[in-house]
Design a protein around this ligand. Sequence first.
Ligand SMILES: Cc1ncc(COP(=O)(O)O)c(C=O)c1O
Length: 367
Amino acid sequence: MRIPIVNLKPSLAETQEAWQQNLDSMMERGFFILGPELTRFEESLAQAMGAGFAIGVSSGSTAIEICLRDAGITSPKQEVLTSALTAPFTAVSIAAAGGTPRFADIDPETLQVDAADLANRIGKKTAALVPVHLYGQPCEIRAIAKTAKKHGLALIQDACQSHGALPFTQYGDYVALSFYPTKNLGCLGDGGAILTSKSGLAKRLRQIRDGGRGSGGLPQNQIAYVKGINARLDELQCCYLNAFLPRLAEWNDQRRRLAAVYDQMLAGVDGVQLVRRGPESVCHLYVIRAAKRDRLREYLGNIGIGTGIHYPVPLHLHPAFAGAKQKPGSLPHAEKAAKEIVSLPLWPQLPVAQVEETAEEVRRFYD
Ligand SMILES: Cc1ncc(COP(=O)(O)O)c(C=O)c1O
């Protein structure tokens, strides 16, 4: 593609000196798991995110799973409510912990989970809420946190797409981040982290990610005290994350500026509905609702402009989540949006001229 939907090479090039140095030091040490790169990363991530503690884990999915396990959500009799419009991995992680995912509808203007609909769906079996901050935009977290408190439910925020949009730990104990390579803060493989403001919780979460083992020397470090998993974040990935993290705020700003150019050029185009977002959004993806969406994607693809769909099928309609027992038609806003949404190219160093060209081509398609 002439203008791909995402391009990771410029970020790698901009930070090469730093990650190369980190890699050299790691090779010199010859130590690859639970070492000083991870410790350094956890400390600087916690500080950058305004959280007390950060726990590096193997992916955003295991971050969510570990939080649910810690909150005691491990039985299919326990239902966990999340958005119908998110990456499948949000619900995959709920199921991996042992719970049953169920889904709430979205606000058609913002595409974020609808806080009122989420609250209305709370029943006797509901044990936790997993609101998602989708596309870089915070969802209605203040209202959702109140609901969780009122009903005594665990609250796990899926902030896998929204690094740095809000100090999320102010609203709840568990926050999950993903470092999948295309995220605002990504590594060169799978990676993730949990943020929390509580030191006791941080200790337990660290234990769960490392097989439930004790800390210190033998024999404690070879005894599994609690049911854990192996979900550690590698030193290798931290070499890159430590190089990228100092650039995150600047990269987020660049994304915001480019998204504003799209907003300006696409406003008023017949066939395009902009997705409402607030100033905190870190613009992970630039998503519009588009009439004749598939034909628009084909038109753009034919002239070398890449697009994506995040996400084409709402989660209650995935075979793996049939246990939710939510039929087609039951979440109308998510179902309609999934047919209309399209993600346009966006990454921090994307030239403004290419944003303008993409927006111009969208306009031309509808003309
Ligand atoms: C909203 C959301 N939740 C969860 C995940 C899972 O993260 P990971 O791919 O790191 O497991 C992702 C990323 O794919 C995501 O975008």
